[in-house]
Write a protein that binds this ligand. Structure first.
Ligand SMILES: NC(=O)c1ccc[n+]([C@@H]2O[C@H](COP(=O)([O-])OP(=O)(O)OC[C@H]3O[C@@H](n4cnc5c(N)ncnc54)[C@H](O)[C@@H]3O)[C@@H](O)[C@H]2O)c1
Length: 490
């Protein structure tokens, strides 16, 4: 059964009709629909918590692209200004008045709006509280990555899911990017035999990479650092590409670029609190002008008086405690080993991954466009000329494979994933790209283990952090036991 089909309704059809009847009569505060389609058809009900940048993708999907099958019944956030903005956007987009609730009223929102599914798009370290509470209140969950940020919260989510039996979908959009799906297809085909090791290097440039150091992500307590916040994508891809889970992790990490010392080496007098009030903004090319970008202005600058959150903090502040340079060695349950690196101050953005197999090597490079898009370019879109997949058979000429194309955000993955999330009829997916809490857990545990290894200098066993996680549903891969053809003489 696929993920979508597993989402179930925890309240009865009778309750639903009562609710919509009350709404129709104007008796349910804020739940009325202006010009909304008749509620005679049973549409799936969603409440969304965390109405920041990422939430707009889900808002548009539910209120516009897939509105025939779904409805948005509530928004929740700690920031009242962003809540009102989300409500106004929904009104402008679909003519509906989505009720808004402050975070302290999350339970009340669920009781009053009766969602089938709660979508979690808050900052990372707060995901677990909503995932857990939503499941306890009888809802299924759709959560953004990372599922959570440390092993304790991970254990609590897994325990609640087991007790409640609710479904927890982790939305790994990267798996759906056509070139990454193609890599999975090639590895499954056995073109390079069975895989023995992986070399994987992810580069963030000084636009996108720097952006993590000015936002809430810059403190581990919020994000788990880039090892969790960002690398959850990468480690999930590797788990899924290999159909394997991590067993042990050894890592070193440091911060050497986004530091007060580097500000001085770049010719600045000092670091400052934020770009908006910075006396050196004319000299600093890392400066972000929130007022110059309409989306940033309305989403963050205009709302900062509600919670004091500055989206443009100095990337050279001393209180940053995440790494910008990380090297990780991982061993998987299938015996595969990986060398991985993540650097956040590079000259280009993207990655190179090489799979070393018994019949040859697959090399894949993706170069992405600049992320922070003051020029209107799509964040995370692929640069066609910088993206390739090459096969190097053992002792035979290498060849390039035409790359499956993807348009739009996050390497073309977002739109493909949205169809999978929100179209009611699903096509069978031989790549098994839909992930639940098991894939969510294994994707964060490599990074969480790396965070521990940064401190101890020792290898960390994943099972010592969280034990007994069932294996995720991954496609079968070429096994390590089949005969391998003798390569031709070189
Ligand atoms: N899959 C992807 O490619 C992708 C891309 C961007 C973001 N994300 C994820 O989406 C999530 C949101 O990121 P974003 O870029 O929208 O950040 P953001 O800062 O724009 O938005 C976060 C929102 O959460 C709210 N919030 C913070 N603490 C809260 C709490 N305790 N209770 C309720 N609301 C709270 C904030 O007020 C804000 O509105 C993150 O987990 C991030 O990792 C995923």
């Amino acid at each position: 059964m696929n993920d979508h089909a597993r989402f179930t309704c925890d309240f009865t059809r009778r309750e639903f009709l009562t609710t919509t009847a009350l709404a129709g009569a104007g008796m349910l505060i804020g739940a009325s629909a202006i010009g909304q389609p008749s509620s005679a058809t049973l549409r799936k009900r969603y409440a969304l918590v965390g109405v920041g940048g990422r939430s707009s993708m889900y808002r548009e999907a539910i209120l516009k692209t897939y509105a025939q099958h779904h409805e948005m019944v509530g928004f929740c956030d700690v920031n009242l200004g962003r809540l009102k903005l989300a409500q106004a956007k929904a009104r402008a987009m679909a003519g509906v008045e989505v009720p808004i609730y402050e975070a302290k009223d999350f339970d009340r929102m669920v009781r009053e709006t009766k969602p089938n599914v709660v979508i979690v798009t808050t900052k990372d370290a707060t995901h677990s509280q909503y995932i857990i509470r939503a499941m306890e209140l009888g809802c299924d969950v759709m959560t953004e990555k990372p599922m959570t940020t440390d092993e304790k919260k991970c254990r609590a989510i897994l325990e609640t899911q087991r007790k409640t039996g609710r479904h927890c979908r982790v939305t790994f959009n990267y798996r759906y990017s056509p070139p990454r799906t193609q890599v999975k297809d090639l590895l499954m085909s056995g073109v390079i035999g069975d895989i023995l090791s992986v070399d994987f290097h992810w580069l963030l440039d000084t636009q996108h990479g720097a952006d993590y150091f000015r936002r809430w992500h810059s403190n581990k307590v919020n994000s788990g650092g880039l090892m969790v916040h960002k690398a959850t994508h990468h480690f999930d891809l590797v788990n899924w590409w290999l159909s394997a889970v991590p067993v042990s992790v050894m890592a070193i990490g440091k911060r050497e670029f986004y530091t007060p010392q580097m500000a001085k080496r770049l010719g600045l007098q000092s670091h400052h609190e934020r770009c908006r009030t910075c006396p050196e903004k004319g000299a600093c090319t890392f400066c972000l002008d929130l007022a110059a970008n309409k989306d940033y202005k309305e989403l963050y600058l205009d709302q900062e008086h509600y919670d004091g959150y500055f989206r443009d903090r100095c990337v050279f502040r001393p209180d940053i405690d995440i790494e910008d340079t990380m090297n990780v060695q991982v061993r998987y349950n299938t015996g595969v080993t990986m060398a991985y690196s993540l650097n956040a101050f590079n000259a280009w953005e993207g990655y190179i991954i090489c799979f070393n197999g018994t019949k040859g090597r697959l090399e894949h490079k993706e170069e992405e466009t600049v992320y922070v898009n003051r020029d209107g370019s799509v964040p995370g879109a692929l640069k066609k000329e910088g993206t390739y997949i090459r096969i190097y058979p053992l002792r035979a000429p290498a060849y390039e494979v035409p790359v499956w194309s993807g348009e739009g955000d996050h390497g073309g993955g977002d739109d493909v994933m949205l169809d999978d999330l929100f179209l009611p009829e699903k096509k069978p997916d031989k790549y098994l790209r839909a992930a639940d809490q098991r894939g969510g857990a294994y994707s964060i545990l490599t990074g969480i283990a790396a965070n521990h290894s940064f401190v101890s200098g020792k290898a960390v066993q994943v099972a010592d952090l969280v034990s007994g996680i069932p294996l995720p549903d991954y496609p079968a891969m070429p096994p390590h036991t089949l005969p391998v053809p003798m390569p031709p003489r070189g």
